[in-house]
Ligand binder design. Structure first.
Ligand code: ZN
Ligand code: ZN
Ligand code: ZN
Length: 215
């Protein structure tokens, strides 16, 4: 990908993805995130939502969460004829920024994300066994939910997607296991999301702990 940049949140200048500070205003573009979960934003994300998500995700994995100060270049994920931006292009941008020593790279956006032209929305998207995932606030804030509910939903999705990064698959709803990995893509909806838990079951938690101890 030739045209991928980090945009300075201060002055808007574009910089190469490895540039640590803005070539125009010297504001930091990339913060150190070793042994942490790094958050990358595609567009601005409401401040109260972002701080709420990072707090819950940090508590869930017991590691620091670092919000990267720059914003992802929106152009690589733009798909004018789709119902949202490309979830795959966004995920690839986040994955490209996954650095050695950073535990997981989590993309967050207010934009609607879709994996193809026929899709209406996605809650989140992740690479299985790679340390990168993305979460969209679009659908989960579409029903007029308050800030607290949006934070709760987004954090559950983020924890679930990081579970995929650890190699975890879904439990079916029929299994009746209280676990954040319970999901079924054709069935998933806000009601089931709200009924779900933020926690991993014992088996899943063991896999997550093994991943964190080997990282
Ligand atoms: Zn700048
Ligand atoms: Zn899933
Ligand atoms: Zn589980």
């Amino acid at each position: 990908m030739k045209s991928d940049f980090n945009n300075c949140a201060g002055c808007g200048a574009a910089a190469g993805v490895d540039k640590l500070s803005c070539p125009e205003c010297r504001e930091p573009l990339i913060a150190p995130a070793k042994r942490s979960i790094a958050v990358w934003r595609l567009g601005e994300v409401r401040a109260g939502v972002l701080s709420g998500i990072t707090r819950i995700v940090s508590e869930a994995f017991k590691v620091p969460v670092v919000v990267q100060p720059s914003l992802l270049d929106p152009r690589p994920s733009l798909r004018p004829r789709w119902k949202g931006v490309s979830a795959t292009a966004f995920l690839n941008q986040v994955d490209r920024r996954a650095k050695r020593g950073v535990l997981f790279s989590l993309g967050i956006t207010e934009e609607n994300i879709v994996p193809g032209a026929a899709w209406n929305y996605l809650f989140g998207y992740a690479y299985l066994g790679r340390p990168s995932c993305v979460v969209s606030l679009h659908e989960i804030s579409s029903d007029g939910a308050d800030l607290k509910a949006i934070v709760r939903r987004a954090a559950a999705i983020a924890i679930h997607e990081i579970g995929h990064n650890c190699g975890l698959d879904h439990h079916g709803y029929d299994d009746g296991i209280p676990c954040v990995m319970t999901a079924d893509t054709p069935l998933d909806c806000l009601e089931l999301l709200d009924e779900g838990t933020h926690k991993f079951c014992r088996d899943c938690q063991q896999v997550v702990d093994r991943n964190l101890s080997q990282a």
